[in-house]
Design a protein around this ligand. Structure first.
Ligand SMILES: C[C@H](O)CC(=O)SCCNC(=O)CCNC(=O)[C@H](O)C(C)(C)COP(=O)(O)OP(=O)(O)OC[C@H]1O[C@@H](n2cnc3c(N)ncnc32)[C@H](O)[C@@H]1OP(=O)(O)O
Length: 723
């Protein structure tokens, strides 16, 4: 078995094979970088070595620089930076008097690809994943990638790959000039060795990526490409400094040469590593991985059972979206509806979903057809005997769901998982009439279910660990990020965010302009504001969910007359083209200022404006008045043990509610203010406007102890938790 570190073997024909091993992804940690430098120096020095090959052990070339080191730098400053930098290793390779060839297997990402680009040629196995994905972490490539990638694949493609953190397969890499040759896993090392010898003995060209200019094109064209990219980045990545910084480094290299570009890259990299964006995005990276570890589920040696066939009850927007997600991953689906008309409609929605993905180029036409062929529409339960899981996606009606669960318990096999896609209703109520509590679970998808990445898995006190693990595994199979949460009204995501919509109504009723609120929230980083979101959801679901929240949390509900007035006036939102906005085919939604009379009426009815006059607030006040009540509810969710750890709520909020990931998620963002600040602010707001803003006990305690909200619960707090 390989030992963590760097090894070197010199073959009889004079090729030094330098292998590095740092499982699970061969990240470039300080010891690995130092080891690489030592072995390279040795190989360069040894007279019996003519050339070198660089290879990652264990089926993966390299997943990049070790992101833990960046987090240490963020905490401790530059003293935590490695003594041997990645840049120095690449420089050693590139400037050596002996050539090096990279033998890439599996993946070469970030610093891993930068290491490979510093080599004089690259041999790769088929389907290896290649990319400079650093921008997704809030930084830019920092080992010369901003300079070498444009010189290998051309400026346009390089910018596209870096700005979108896009990965490509080695076959495309070969066409682009990033990979010299693709070879099978068995052959990759051998071919890299002979290629290295060929270069050393001048049978193949000795190319240094940094010195190449042939793919850069004329200066004026290159500058134009950068200019257009800047404009796009300004629109698409407004709050993320790494995009412009990456373009700065690329432009410097184009105008003043690769070495100047490298210096610029180093300068901006150093600043970006400690930026709030990088801190937030790196937190999200690790938080997402932490979410897949669920105590007493993933650590007790259980093996997931394979789910091959799923039945879905209800072919509405949710049911058809879930069906789409499943069949796209090769899982057969039986879609049940109550009559032929509804069934036809549901099947058509699935077909349209698939066609939409194919039209966008996300999947091929053949894949869409293959997926559709494993979907079967049914009107009764006869097929349910053969399924491994049922996902109920009927309307949000407690009695209906209870009767469905009573029925499926009878028709399915005893091992069949019984899941519900309810977004609010307590699972104990849904499954009350059954004797199958151990296999009842929530599978809460977010709309559109075939697009949104989050799968909120809800366990009750009686759901078995096996069933939780099976659903987590299914979630990963269909490319979702599963978060396991406890059972309560609204569960983790909708419960935490129910004050979001209500807070926005509170502000409107206090006299703040409705469209300004949406704009401020968009500028903060959400794709759409709360009112446009309400237009999308429509009044039906909101009304049903609203009732559940009002029953469960009567002390902190704000019932806005405006929501009711909109319905009375036939403004159902996007579904009928008329809501807070006007929806016309082919046009962007336009604010409908004619709703002002309804807003005035709502303000009159709610009568919450101090002395009947609109309040004056700045944009930051709006953000805080909308999101601090959300943070307050997040505190209750953590206090009740609904989530395993605080960072699960960060992932849930970024993937389920589009909370900007560059703000790290709702709890991470809250901790940038501090519990004391939020407590004081909410206390003042509650004194002025009542219980909706009243800080909860958990927040008060954390504030009084000067603790962060994300700090793990103390022993006494853990014993209160129900997970
Ligand atoms: C100087 C340079 O320019 C800067 C850089 O290189 S920054 C780093 C750039 N690289 C990246 O962003 C790649 C990040 N990693 C990934 O995208 C994915 O982990 C992957 C595609 C490599 C593998 O995915 P997958 O097989 O699903 O495994 P995944 O669960 O994500 O990761 C496995 C483990 O490796 C860790 N890991 C992955 N990449 C890592 C990295 N670059 N540094 C440190 N740890 C890393 C994960 O945290 C996880 O740890 P855990 O098991 O303790 O939770």
């Amino acid at each position: 078995m390989a030992i963590r570190g760097v090894t070197m073997d010199v073959s009889s024909d004079g090729v030094a094979v330098i292998k590095f091993f740092n499982p699970p992804v061969n990240a470039l940690s300080p010891p690995i970088l130092a080891g690489l430098k030592r072995k390279l120096d040795k190989a360069i020095e040894r007279v019996d070595v003519k050339a070198m090959v660089l290879m990652g052990e264990g089926g993966k070339f390299c997943g990049g620089f070790d992101i833990n080191v960046f987090q240490s730098i963020q905490r401790k400053g530059n003293s935590a930076a490695p003594e041997v930098s990645g840049g120095l290793v690449v420089k050693t390779i590139e400037e050596a008097k002996k050539p090096t060839v990279a033998a890439i297997d599996g993946l070469a990402l970030g610093g891993g690809l930068e290491l490979a680009m510093g080599c004089h040629a690259r041999v790769s196995t088929p389907k290896s994943q290649l990319g400079l994905v650093e921008l997704a972490l809030g930084i830019i490539p920092g080992m010369g990638g901003t300079q070498r990638l444009p010189r290998l694949v051309g400026i346009s493609k390089a910018i596209e790959m870096m700005l979108l953190s896009q990965t490509i397969m080695s076959e495309e890499g070969e066409k682009l000039g990033l990979i010299d040759v693709v070879a099978s896993s068995n052959n990759v090392l051998k071919l890299a060795q002979s290629w290295a010898l060929d270069i050393a003995e001048r049978r193949r060209p000795w190319l240094s990526s940094l010195c190449r200019t042939d793919r850069l094109g004329p200066l004026s064209e290159a500058r134009e490409v950068v200019k257009v990219a800047r404009l796009q980045a300004r629109q698409n990545a407004a709050n993320m400094p790494q995009h412009q910084a990456c373009l700065d480094a690329v432009e410097e290299g184009i105008v003043h040469g690769g070495y100047s570009g490298i210096l610029k890259e180093a300068e901006v990299s150093n600043v970006l590593v400690s930026s709030s964006t990088a801190k937030a995005l790196m937190h999200v990276f690790f938080a997402q991985r932490a979410a897949s570890k669920v105590p007493n589920v993933t650590d007790i040696g259980l093996r997931p059972r394979h789910v091959e066939k799923v039945a879905i009850i209800g072919g509405g927007i949710m049911g058809s979206g879930i069906a789409t997600a499943l069949i796209l991953s090769g899982i057969s689906v039986v879609l049940k509806e109550i009559d032929v008309e509804y069934l036809k409609k549901g099947m058509k929605v699935v077909e349209a979903n698939l066609q939409g993905l194919a039209a966008k180029g996300n999947i091929t036409k053949e894949k869409a057809e293959r997926a559709f062929s494993i979907l079967k529409g049914v009107l009764d339960y006869s097929e349910f005997r053969h399924v491994d899981m049922v996902i109920e996606a009927a309307t949000e009606n407690v009695l209906l769901k209870q009767s469905i669960f009573g029925e499926i318990e009878k028709v399915c096999t005893p091992h069949c998982i019984l899941a519900t896609n309810t977004s609010t209703i307590n699972l104990n109520i849904v499954g009350r009439e059954t004797n199958s509590q151990d296999r009842i679970i929530g599978a809460h998808f977010f709309s559109p279910a075939h697009v949104m990445p989050l799968l909120e898995i809800i366990r009750t006190e009686r759901t078995s660990a096996q069933v939780i693990l099976d659903l987590m595994t299914l979630g990963k199979m269909i490319k979702k990020v599963p978060i396991v949460v406890g059972n309560c009204t609204g569960f983790a995501v909708n419960r935490t965010f129910f004050p979001y919509g209500q807070g926005s109504h509170f502000l409107v009723n206090l006299g703040v302009d409705l469209f300004r609120i949406d704009k401020v929230i968009r500028d903060f980083g959400l794709k759409i504001g709360p009112f446009q979101l309400q237009d999308l959801a429509g009044p039906g679901l909101r009304k049903e969910a609203g009732k559940e929240y009002a029953n469960a949390f009567p002390d902190r509900i704000f019932s806005s007359p405006l929501a009711e007035l909109m319905v009375i006036n036939g403004r159902y939102g996007k579904s009928n083209g008329k809501g807070y906005y006007i929806y016309e085919k082919g046009n962007k939604p336009k604010p409908d200022y004619s709703i002002q009379s309804l807003i005035e009426e709502s303000r009159r009815l709610s009568n919450i404006m101090p002395s009947g006059k609109p309040i004056t607030v700045n944009d930051q006040d709006i953000v805080e008045m909308i999101f601090f009540p959300v943070v307050n509810e997040a505190c209750r969710v953590m206090d009740e043990g609904i989530v395993v750890r605080a960072s699960d709520l960060d992932i849930a909020s970024t993937l389920g509610m589009n909370f900007p990931s560059y703000r790290g998620g709702i709890v991470f963002w809250a901790d940038t203010f501090g519990s004391g600040y939020i407590y004081t602010k909410l206390k003042k707001l509650s004194e002025a406007y009542g219980g909706f803003f009243k800080p909860c006990k958990f927040l008060e305690e954390r504030a009084s102890r000067g603790m962060t909200l994300s700090a793990p619960a103390s022993r006494s707090e853990v014993s209160r938790s129900n997970l």
